[in-house]
Write a protein that binds this ligand. Structure first.
Ligand SMILES: C[C@@](CO)(OP(=O)(O)O)[C@H](O)COP(=O)(O)OP(=O)(O)OC[C@H]1O[C@@H](n2ccc(N)nc2=O)[C@H](O)[C@@H]1O
Ligand SMILES: Nc1ncnc2c1ncn2[C@@H]1O[C@H](COP(=O)(O)OP(=O)(O)O)[C@@H](O)[C@H]1O
Length: 329
């Protein structure tokens, strides 16, 4: 086979504005009611097809390992900065599954530049995997004589859900050309109802130099007797209901706080920073609070960098569209 061109994109992170547990399933997963929003804190991913079988993945930190280590106040070789390059990396799993499913020969060369911290509840690995599926599909289409394009909308969500509960969100709404930033998700997170925000959402995110295992947090959670619903929040985000009427919720915040002592300082600092709606995202450890404008978010982030006790990545962010744009070179 011939090598393909390079396909690249910038996988975004996500925040869970709402997360409620509805039931514990027999397969060990939890039925959720969650609202996810894509934000412009992004990794960089490049993929091309090669004649050599397998996935050759190289990973680096975009800002440089030393610079991230300094912000986190850890050493360059600290485990928080380790990103797997073997099949523990969801990008490798995604491309291997694509190779099998499309019966492709040859393999892949992949460059991943990280910005999104791992074990943060920001879905970095899941977003990278969704992007790898999209880029891999386009590269395979360029270099194959097979006409598998019509299958894309059916196959990619199935492969995505196999790789992880959060991966389908990052594919966006494949059947439409609509710009969507948000989804209300049910099932284990893979049943998605996408929608557009009435107004961009600004926030400040703190990743407090602590990685939390998603599986461990779920193993300490409790399903409430009377679960809350995200419907009011969704209507407010769509502009159908007054924005002042919404509140955020995360049923995983309590068990995650019990597992990591770094979450409480992040929540405390955010709640004192003149922002609103302070919460943890996903299974943690990152926390966020909403701002009225990009300017307020930038000023609050700057202040928090000098007041937060200990190392942390602190960023002003804004909602963005899923999926991210693909570039070919
Ligand atoms: C908590 C959330 C909220 O968006 O995100 P993160 O904090 O991971 O970003 C998700 O539910 C995480 O989704 P994801 O990270 O894809 O999890 P998966 O790999 O599918 O599952 C990891 C483990 O988490 C538990 N799990 C996950 C999803 C779910 N609905 N119920 C669960 O109980 C299961 O124990 C599973 O083995
Ligand atoms: N592409 C990737 N980038 C970062 N971490 C990855 C990747 N693929 C697999 N991992 C592993 O996934 C775990 C965390 O996944 P991630 O999605 O970043 O966090 P979270 O589930 O908290 O959103 C870590 O154990 C990390 O080693």
């Amino acid at each position: 086979m011939t090598e393909s061109r390079w396909y690249s994109t910038s996988p975004p992170a996500k925040l869970n504005l709402f997360l409620e547990l509805l039931a514990r399933r027999d397969d060990g997963f939890h039925e959720l009611d969650t609202v996810m929003i894509a934000i412009d804190w992004r990794d960089e991913l490049r993929v091309r097809r090669t004649s050599k079988p397998g996935v050759q993945l190289s990973v680096d930190w975009s800002a440089g390992r030393e610079s991230i280590a300094k912000e986190l106040q850890v050493t360059d070789d600290h485990e928080l900065l380790l990103v797997p390059t073997d099949d523990k990396n969801l990008v490798v799993r995604a491309l291997n599954r694509l190779t099998q499913t499309l019966n492709l020969d040859g393999g892949w060369e992949v460059q991943l530049n990280k910005n999104i911290p791992s074990g943060a509840g920001m879905g970095g690995a899941s977003s990278d995997a969704a992007s790898a599926l999209r880029l891999g599909w386009e590269a395979a289409y360029e270099t194959s004589s097979a006409t598998f394009s019509p299958l894309k909308h059916e196959m990619l969500p199935l492969l995505a859900a196999e790789i992880g509960s959060d991966v389908p969100f990052f594919l966006g709404e494949l059947e439409s050309e609509r710009d969507v930033e948000c989804a209300q998700a049910t099932g284990r997170g893979e049943k998605l109802s996408f929608f557009t925000l009435a107004n961009p959402l600004h926030a400040v995110v703190i990743y407090p130099a602590a990685s939390v295992s998603t599986a461990q947090v779920y193993s300490h959670c409790q399903v409430p007797d009377s679960p809350q619903s995200s419907n009011d929040l969704v209507r407010a985000l769509q502009g159908i209901r007054a924005e002042s009427e919404f509140s955020l919720h995360n049923a995983l915040q309590a068990p995650a706080r019990g597992l990591s002592s770094r979450i409480d300082p992040a929540l405390e600092c955010l709640s004192k920073a003149g922002l609103t709606h302070c919460r943890m995202t996903g299974s943690g450890s990152a926390c966020f609070a909403l701002a009225d404008s990009s300017q307020q978010a930038a000023i609050a982030a700057e202040t928090l960098r000098s007041t937060f006790p200990g190392g942390a990545l602190i960023r002003p962010v804004v909602s963005c569209v899923v999926p991210s744009e693909i570039h070919i070179a």
